[in-house]
Design a protein around this ligand. Structure first.
Ligand code: FHN
Length: 430
């Protein structure tokens, strides 16, 4: 058992760095995940029983039979849904791409699927194609659009996988050919330029089957990125565990999918919202380590987006917009000798950005060996006074004077211009 774990770990370590070859993804840094499906109608509760897990899993976790669950479709009438409004908000929040759940594990298609009537156009009183509305809104606003697609788990199809259930008698191949492959084909041929397919939970999918999915995507849209959760090591970028952030800077293309509270799909009882400041710090931490932050909203069944998420993201958006230069297009920062308790670093070529999260009169950094040629406040590009030299202990030091009206402020950033392309982080001596 031990040696198997070691071999697996080694195999992963030897795996080459993941590369989407898509510049937009490398620069994006911040995206919007949207989890929306029939589960929003239950909002975490079925027949008086509440789920204590993520809301979109209610069918599986409360053992709701498919014949019962599918009746929800007859109630789905999201009159408040406004694709344009959501896309406009994502733009305002500084996000560069949207990933929408076209079909989650429940098996319900949020578009007019030709190969399954279990879809939003044919099975609901609403009768309108949600995916198409997102497509059109994204085109209007110049936003990249990707589709989440649950390739293996399909709790509606008798041959789709279910977690923690007996899958032994199932004909997975039949499901793939009847539903998964044709639906992917529809998404990739009828909905314009698809930025990425966000595969999720491969479960028993073999390497050959995952490869078939990748080939299908690439044949139809060569620039469409395949997410890490395709499984079998075939993803074009690394997707971390949900809400998990790599401790160290991580090479290659990667993304952290994350929630604003503790659920993806809407749960009326989940009020455990992170605050805007926490989200800003998480975003900068992920960017600093080289990744993208894909942050989720879970609209209610009516289409209304919970006020709390809007409030948090409006606040986050202010930081992102004011400091866009220090976020969008930044690259992984190497390992700096110190953990700063007041801020974090991001970088571009010849620029080191210092994100300041706590009030201070001057920003001081030690053990950075670059020649600093200038300093400015990112928000308005005003030049800042700075001094470089050495401490009495002999460490190189940089001190930047904070403008007086910023003395009591937190959450802003400063750019240090460097003669060298990359920061030179020196070891701690003493
Ligand atoms: O099971 C899903 C879950 O519902 C949600 O979609 C997340 C998003 O990353 N992915 C799976 C669990 O990792």
């Amino acid at each position: 058992m031990k040696s198997k774990t070691f071999r697996e770990t080694k195999k992963r370590r030897d795996k080459k760095m993941q590369d989407t070859k898509q510049q937009w993804f490398k620069e994006a840094k911040f995206g919007l995940f949207i989890h929306w499906g029939l589960y929003a109608l239950l909002a975490g509760e079925y027949n008086g029983k509440k789920t204590d897990r993520i809301a979109e899993w209610i069918m599986n976790d409360l053992d709701i039979p498919a014949e019962e669950y599918e009746k929800l479709a007859a109630q789905f009438n999201p009159v408040e849904f406004d694709a344009d409004g959501i896309v406009r908000k994502a733009k305002e929040w500084g996000m560069k791409y949207i990933v929408f759940t076209s079909k989650h594990h429940e098996g319900f298609a949020m578009w007019d699927s030709k190969c399954s009537d279990y879809n939003v156009v044919k099975a609901t009183p609403y009768g309108r194609d949600i995916v198409r509305q997102f497509r059109e809104a994204c085109d209007r606003h110049g936003m990249k659009l990707g589709f989440y697609y649950s390739q293996a788990q399909d709790w509606h199809d008798p041959d789709g996988y279910m977690h923690r259930k007996d899958n032994s008698g199932k004909n997975y191949r039949a499901y793939l050919e009847r539903k998964c492959f044709p639906q992917l084909r529809e998404l990739l041929t009828e909905y314009g330029e698809v930025a990425l397919i966000w595969f999720d939970t491969p479960m028993g999918t073999t390497r050959e089957e995952s490869q078939e999915m990748v080939d299908l995507v690439k044949r139809l849209q060569p620039n469409c990125i395949v997410s890490g959760r395709i499984g079998n090591g075939l993803g074009e970028y690394m997707t971390t565990g949900d809400n998990f952030i790599p401790r160290l800077p991580y090479e290659g293309d990667w993304e952290v999918p994350a929630t604003l509270n503790d659920t993806w799909g809407f749960n009326k009882d989940d009020h455990n919202w992170k605050d805007a400041e926490e989200i800003i710090h998480l975003l900068v931490k992920i960017n600093s380590r080289g990744g993208n932050y894909l942050l989720n909203i879970g609209p209610e069944a009516s289409g209304h987006v919970p006020e709390e998420s809007i409030k948090i993201l409006d606040e986050v958006g202010k930081y992102v917009n004011e400091n866009e230069e220090a976020i969008f297009g930044t690259k992984r920062v190497g390992i700096y000798a110190y953990e700063l308790d007041w801020g974090m670093l991001t970088r571009k070529d010849h620029k080191l950005y210092v994100h300041v999260f706590k009030p201070r009169r001057r920003v001081e950094l030690l053990n950075i060996g670059n020649r600093i040629t200038g300093a400015y406040l990112v928000a308005d590009k005003r030049p800042l006074e700075f001094e470089t030299g050495a401490t009495c202990e002999g460490c190189s030091s940089i001190e930047v004077e904070v403008p007086e009206e910023y003395f009591d402020r937190k959450n802003y950033s400063i750019c240090l211009e460097m003669e060298e392309e990359e920061p030179i982080f020196e070891p701690i001596i003493g």
